[in-house]
Design a protein. Structure first.
Length: 134
């Protein structure tokens, strides 16, 4: 179970194990997961594959801190059309309310990095310091 409100930011990767180049970014996702705490960033890799066995083989030896999920084919077309995904992988950075701030097709991405750093910094400011002093 993944709840976007459990962290200040969420990095969602929509991918497919059927596309060989889709798996090349996994190390980069792990770098994000290692760089930030779970309270700051939740990294989710959502795979849409027709063949669950192929997806299982792709993630079975995964020891990263990335949350690997498989999307049932029933929901594939709805989700892909809702987020206008025409090719994979797609990376989306959202805040804790689920608002998508950055969307890119490759990592690393300077806009994503800047937004993520800003989002994490702003959340720490509002949580740790009073905006209005008594």
């Amino acid at each position: 179970y993944v709840n976007p409100r459990h962290s200040n930011a969420n990095l969602l990767c929509i991918w497919s194990a059927e596309e060989l180049h889709s798996q090349q970014w996994h190390e980069q996702l792990e770098e994000y997961a290692q760089r930030y705490s779970k309270e700051d960033l939740q990294v989710i890799a959502l795979s849409f594959d027709r063949d669950t066995a192929l997806w299982h083989r792709a993630v079975e030896n995964d020891t990263t801190h990335v949350v690997d999920m498989w999307g049932d084919a029933i929901y594939t077309s709805k989700v892909l059309s809702q987020y206008n995904v025409s090719r994979m992988p797609v990376f989306m950075l959202s805040d804790s309310l689920g608002r998508i701030l950055v969307r890119t097709s490759q990592l690393p991405d300077s806009d994503l990095d800047a937004q993520l750093d800003s989002l994490v910094k702003d959340c720490k400011y509002t949580l740790e310091e009073h905006i209005f002093k008594p």
